[in-house]
Design a protein around this ligand. Structure first.
Ligand code: GLP
Length: 258
């Protein structure tokens, strides 16, 4: 199994990082109008979504045939609640572009049969021909999607139990009350994610510096879920802002021009 460093692409600011990733997506969509794109929630991709919306409105970037698959969704959080990822994605991105509703896929955390919902999601990705480009953020526990420490590397879409740290981190979206953060989520598994043809992980801010370094340099292990990306490093790029890249010196020498 290959273990090497994913490529680094460093930006001065969060906004610049988002614009660069939006350009990668726009290039893919232009080359392959029915591309399959895996999307992430959280605050990290905000500038990327803003730039994609701008490209759609000002340059006519066409999403009408693009198939979208989101990474994860909370279990038991109704979709009319602003903290649900269905709501977040609609308000932040989908309602501003020309994506077709039938091409938008987000795990069904309200399903009566959650196991069946996981299996259906995995099958839908397979039936779409697999993910061409997966966008990821990273949690401070090292999670990608909601694959928390301890998740087996061969996990496919499954129900995950959120760590106390992740619930505390996400309490900011729930009025600061950790107890309001659901305890479970449906997430694409690490195997699902690493099967994507290209992967971009984005991280910004000093608070992500330590986990980004660990993800890139520790021997891949289940306690740092994002470390699995080293095993598929040839198709992975970490887009970081200056603050998240604080452990990578000298800064300029690591700047990737890809
Ligand atoms: C959330 C999401 C992840 C996201 C991460 C980081 O809980 N499930 O997909 O990448 O945590 O969030 P943020 O971008 O807000 O730091």
């Amino acid at each position: 199994m290959q273990n090497s460093l994913p490529r680094l692409n460093l930006s001065t600011t969060h906004k610049q990082m988002g614009k660069k990733v939006a350009q990668q997506i726009a290039k893919l969509v232009t080359d392959k109008p029915d591309a399959v794109i895996g999307l992430a929630t959280g605050s990290t991709p905000d500038p990327m979504y803003k730039e994609l919306i701008r490209m759609h409105k000002e340059n006519g970037l066409d999403f009408s045939r693009v198939r979208f698959f989101n990474l994860d969704e909370y279990v038991g959080l109704p979709y009319d609640r602003p903290q649900s990822y269905h709501y977040e994605m609609r308000e932040k991105f989908f309602k501003h572009i020309n994506a077709k509703p039938e091409n938008i896929h987000i795990p069904d955390g309200m399903a009566e049969d959650l196991q069946a919902a996981c299996a259906d999601y995995e099958k839908a990705i397979r039936d779409a021909g697999g993910i061409d480009l997966q966008i990821l953020g990273i949690g401070e526990t090292g999670h990608i999607g909601f694959n928390e420490p301890g998740t087996p590397f061969d996990a496919i879409t499954h129900i995950s139990r959120l760590s106390e740290k992740t619930r505390a981190d996400n309490a900011r979206f729930f009025g600061g009350d950790k107890n309001k953060v659901p305890t479970q989520a449906i997430t694409m598994g690490l195997k699902t994610i690493t099967a994507a043809k290209q992967i971009i992980l984005m991280a910004n801010g000093e608070h992500k510096g330590n986990i980004v370094r660990e993800a890139m340099t520790t021997t891949p292990n289940q306690e740092v879920p994002a470390s699995i990306l080293q095993q598929v490093a040839d198709k992975v790029t970490f887009f970081l802002d200056r603050a998240a890249a604080k452990h990578f010196k000298p800064y300029q020498q690591l700047f990737s021009v890809r």
